[in-house]
Every structure is written in C-alpha cells, then in structure tokens.
Design a protein around this ligand. Structure first.
Ligand code: PLP
Length: 378
C-alpha cells in the first residue's frame, strides 16, 4: 500500500538511539538542549523549547500568554482538533472562522474580522498543508484589533518565515510530519521572556530541572508558576537531531513531487483542482486536491485503495464534531463545509518518486472518469 505519509528512519536514527541508551541519561539532558538549539538555528531564532507534542506546545503558549475564561480565540475549523482543544484547555472560547476559498483553504481574514467581538483576544493561524498564511495582512489585522497572534505550525517545520508572524509558533514531530520524533513538538517565540516562561511551565513550573541540579550540586528548587509535564526525552531529541539535518532536503523533494502532481493533474485529470494555484511559501506537508462537485468521494477512495493507494481527508471540520457542536452550537461555515466534503489527500512523502506520482494521478483520473461515466448513464 502506498501510504499518504511515511516516516523515514534509518541507521543514523538507530545509532543515535543506541547512544542514548548507552549514556544512561534518558530525559531532558544534553540532547534535548542540543535539539532545541539546532531547531532554533534552522528557524533563524535564538532559542526554542522542545516538548512532547504540538498540542502541548499550543497549550503552553496560550497558558503563558495568559488567555483564559471570558477570552475568545479565532481558529479555523479546517484543522486538526488540537488547535481548538488548546483554547478549551485554558478555559477560553474557540470562535471558528471560515476558509478564504477552495483555492486558498486558509482562514479568511474577512470572516475573522466579522467574528471579532470585544472579547476576542487572539488568533491561531494554521499553515494548512504547509502553505503559509499571508503574514503582512494578519499582522496588520492583529495590530488594528489588538490581538495576539499564535502560529499552529504543525505542518511547517523548516521554513524561516514561520514563527515571525506573532507571539509564538508551535511545531509537531508526530510520526506523519515532515520530520519526526514519533511524538514531539517545539516552540519558538518572539520575546525571550515569553519563551523562558514557556520553558519553566513545560516542567511543572519548577525553577530547575534534574540535570541543572546535578550540575549545580544543589538539590533544592522552587515552583513559581503553574506548570505541566510536557517534557521531551533524550531518545526523541536524539532522533530529532538526525531528522533535522535531513529536513531541508526532504522539504525540497516534497516541493518537486508537488510540482509533478500539479502538472500531471492539470494534464490528465483537469476536473480535479489543486488548491494554492498561486505560488506561496510552503513546506508541502500534504497533497490536498478537490474533487469535482457531484463525484462520490467514497467511490474514488475505494478505487484508489483497490489499486494499493491510501488517501485521507484533511479535515473533517472541527465545528461539526459532536464535542464542538455541543460546546459551540449553531456554527455555520459554508466554504469549509463544502471544501471538506470534496477534499481528498493524496500520498506525499520523500520516499516517493516521479513515477509514483504518475501512477497516483493516472489511477485518480480513471476513478474520477469512472464516476463521471456512472453519473452520465444514470
Ligand atoms: C494543524 C495541527 N495542529 C496540531 C496538531 C497536533 O500535533 P501533535 O500530534 O504533535 O500534538 C496536528 C497534528 O496532526 C496538526 O495537524
């Protein structure tokens, strides 16, 4: 089965893991610190904080920014549920915002503006599929409205422009991401004081960690703020250090594969559209396409699957999940809902080659064609 996403792990990661085991120091040691510094360097910033997931990263950012009950936070509904969950974790209210269009399935600035109230305090931008939101426009909007900007950059590690929009950015290293530590995440922030608050809150709010106490030879510590256990361990950091070196090359391969997809779909399957027609900075995390109206998506999925090709959907909209229908009733987002009904995510990962892309597009073309013929006969 050709999978939608695949981690690439090899002998270097195995060696790095073995070295951690041999070292006898398993968590929050030198490798975590080295990973934080290397990740920061890739993003052209001074420092970063490594955590055990992007969800933890988002929670820490919202917590450190002091968002809480009574505050409203603008979020897209075309995202993974974690983006909205972290707003609920701090007791604030997620306000779902529609996408711009099927071609630009990023949060709509006009709709965000329409949903602002006196309680709106922040906006979480998601770089959907790795395509960066429009920095200047969101910065101006946030300044005008006095809002904090947080980037959910789960899909976008490795681009220097990420994390420069607002207060802080959260990244994911989950197994299907552009680089992986199995589970894991990282945070960068514009203000070093905010980053240090986040660092402390990651480890129960303690003023020092086990390693620092060993080096300082003092067994005592204080807790000066509410914190969590969102620490990263040395095994993940060791894998992350290897993956980070390979990330720029992998993002390049992704970019070439997406260019191939775009060209072949236009030639062989023109009724299927590919979002983001205009060039835009991207890490090319996933390959979303939009099926023509009227085509039964499940038939297309089944046809591809019968031919050994996995596909998925990004995303079942968060505002339509049972939990969020209960928490935030009556939300209607027509563009998000239409996009989510017609979207299909094709395989995209650096193990693929140009021939694999061709195979997927030809199979997709046959599936869509068969569906169209069935409709014509009916
Ligand atoms: C847009 C987005 N935000 C947040 C997350 C949460 O990431 P993690 O699984 O690392 O907590 C994901 C993960 O898939 C995601 O796609």
């Amino acid at each position: 089965m050709l999978l939608v996403a695949e981690p690439i792990l090899g002998p270097e990661e195995k060696t790095a893991l073995a070295e951690v085991i041999d070292s006898g120091w398993l968590t929050m040691g030198d490798r975590v610190r080295a990973f934080e510094q290397a990740f920061a360097e890739v993003h052209g910033v001074e420092d970063s904080v490594a955590v055990n997931s992007c969800t933890a990263a988002l929670h820490l950012i919202l917590h450190a920014l002091g968002l809480g009950p009574g505050d409203e936070v603008l979020v897209p509904a075309l995202t993974f549920v974690a983006t909205a969950n972290c707003v609920v974790y701090v007791g604030a209210t997620p306000i779902f915002v529609d996408i711009e269009s099927a071609d630009v399935p990023l949060m709509s600035l006009a709709d965000a503006e329409a949903r602002c109230t006196a309680r709106t305090k922040a906006v979480i931008l998601v770089h959907f599929a790795g395509y960066l939101a429009d920095r200047e426009a969101w910065r101006d909007f946030a300044r005008r409205k006095g809002l904090l900007v947080i980037e959910d950059a789960a899909h976008a590690p490795g681009l220097r422009q990420v994390g420069t929009f607002g207060e802080a950015a959260a990244f994911s290293f989950y197994g299907n991401k552009n680089m992986t530590t199995a589970e894991g995440g990282a945070i960068i922030a514009r203000d070093s004081a905010l980053l240090e608050t986040i660092r402390q809150a990651r480890g129960h709010g303690m003023t020092s960690g086990t390693r620092q106490r060993l080096n300082a030879r003092t067994p005592t510590y204080d807790v000066t703020m509410l914190g969590f256990n969102y620490r990263m361990d040395e095994m993940r950091a060791a894998i992350g250090l290897v993956q980070l070196r390979k990330l720029p090359g992998w993002n390049e391969v992704r970019s070439r594969l997406v260019a191939d997809y775009r060209q072949l779909i236009a030639e062989r399957c023109p009724s299927v559209t590919v979002p983001f027609q205009q060039p835009r900075l991207s890490t090319f995390h996933i390959m979303p396409v939009v099926l023509p109206a009227g085509v039964v998506r499940q038939e297309v999925i089944d046809h591809l699957r019968e031919n050994g090709i996995q596909t998925t959907i990004h995303y079942p909209p968060v505002h339509l999940m049972t939990l969020y229908r209960e928490l935030c009733p009556g939300v209607q987002l027509p563009r998000t809902e239409d996009f989510a009904l017609r979207e299909l995510t094709l395989p995209l990962h650096p193990r693929m080659e140009a021939e694999t892309v061709e195979l997927v597009v030809d199979t997709l073309a046959r599936a869509v064609q068969a569906e169209t013929v069935v409709k014509a006969v009916a």
